[in-house]
Write a new protein. Structure first.
Length: 118
């Protein structure tokens, strides 16, 4: 499976973009009950992916931002705030948008069985 195909899988989004200590917090009600009513709080910013190297760099950049936040939360012994949760969602949404655009440029498509075809 190519890196692009792997990035379009649900397992990727669950395992790589949110550190394990942050993911349960998002699921435990910080924004889950309201996020669909406040989509404007998710700030999507431009990310350009022109190669798999760019994709790797962006994944690492966002993962490092998430890890840094996780360490900060641990150091301060506190939970993720709503604002921080929306920032994290913005990183993930921005990356997903860039990956989907890159996949389109590379002529990838997703089949009903979630397999990638070129």
């Amino acid at each position: 499976m190519s890196l692009l195909a792997e990035c379009l899988s649900p397992q990727f989004w669950l395992s790589w973009l949110l550190p394990l200590d942050l993911f349960p917090s998002l699921l435990n009600g910080i924004v889950e009950d309201e996020v669909l009513n406040h989509l404007e709080r998710i700030k999507i910013y431009p990310i350009q992916i022109k190669s798999e190297d760019d994709l790797v760099r962006e994944i690492a950049r966002i993962a490092n931002l998430s890890l840094k936040l996780g360490y900060q939360l641990e150091k301060e012994n506190r939970m993720l705030s709503k604002e921080e949760a929306y920032v994290q969602l913005g990183h993930s949404a921005s990356l997903l948008k860039a990956i989907l655009y890159y996949a389109k440029q590379e002529n990838f498509s997703i089949t009903r069985s979630s397999e990638m075809v070129r």
